[in-house]
Design a protein around this ligand. Structure first.
Ligand SMILES: Nc1ncnc2c1ncn2[C@@H]1O[C@H](COP(=O)(O)OP(=O)(O)OP(=O)(O)O)[C@@H](O)[C@H]1O
Ligand SMILES: [Mg+2]
Length: 220
């Protein structure tokens, strides 16, 4: 699955509005014009939130991506104590070549209330210029305190045309092919969700490998 994840904005399919805004933000950062406000990417699972955040971090941080970008996932310790530590660590001067550090809190709707309290001042830029990026699946469940401190970018399921394009690009990275009917079936079953389409494509690939090689099949 990871092999199919776009690394740059150019490789992202659809999500034109979010990509346009993220490109503008990263261009302004690189020209030294702004430290962006905290960002919030909202959209259904598998539509490109993590992908876009990583692409943004690569654009802004370049070679310092691995030193200056960190992800805080829902399964990790996100107690108030740990979040305070993360905030403190992010205030260390970034590596040469990086304008600031970027911290990505995934599944922000599941952050505990006291961790949110710890984050609030930091997200407003108190104490340093770290860029905080949040992702959530369900805006309704996100703390209004976090929501109101972020610039919102909404991701939607992709159109049928974009899904065909996505599958076409993914197939170019494999050594197998699908006929039109098989592509149409994946488009239909994945309901505009790229992760779902890649998963179905990998299932087809597994089945394809199991097909007997006509050259070696025993004749009856
Ligand atoms: N817009 C897109 N263009 C191309 N590929 C995409 C796009 N969105 C998602 N994908 C594919 O789907 C996979 C999952 O996407 P991603 O991890 O970015 O989803 P997510 O929105 O972060 O999901 P979750 O809410 O579960 O964290 C990626 O590895 C990539 O292969
Ligand atoms: Mg994600």
């Amino acid at each position: 699955m990871e092999d199919f994840r776009p690394r740059s904005f150019d490789e992202v399919v659809g999500q034109a509005e979010a990509v346009r805004r993220l490109r503008r933000i990263s261009a302004a950062v690189r020209r030294g014009l702004i430290v962006p406000p905290s960002l919030l990417l909202a959209g259904p699972p598998g539509t490109g939130k993590t992908t876009l955040v990583r692409a943004l971090a690569r654009e802004i941080l370049g070679d310092e991506y691995s030193n200056s970008f960190s992800e805080v996932k829902a399964f990790q310790d996100r107690s108030a104590r740990r979040v305070e530590q993360i905030i403190l660590e992010s205030r260390k001067a970034p590596m040469r070549g990086a304008p600031f550090r970027i911290i990505f809190f995934d599944e922000a709707e599941s952050l505990p209330p006291d961790s949110i309290d710890a984050l609030r001042p930091a997200m407003e830029g108190e104490g340093g210029a770290t860029l905080y990026v949040l992702a959530c699946n369900d805006l309704e469940r996100l703390s209004p305190a976090l929501r109101s401190r972020c610039t919102l970018l909404t991701l939607d399921p992709l159109t049928t045309e974009d899904m065909r394009n996505l599958i076409g690009r993914a197939l170019e990275r494999t050594s197998f092919s699908l006929d039109e009917g098989e592509v149409a079936s994946i488009v239909e079953r994945s309901n505009g969700v790229p992760r779902e389409a890649i998963k179905l494509l990998l299932e087809e690939a597994a089945a394809w490998r199991r097909r007997p090689d006509p050259g070696t099949a025993p004749s009856s």
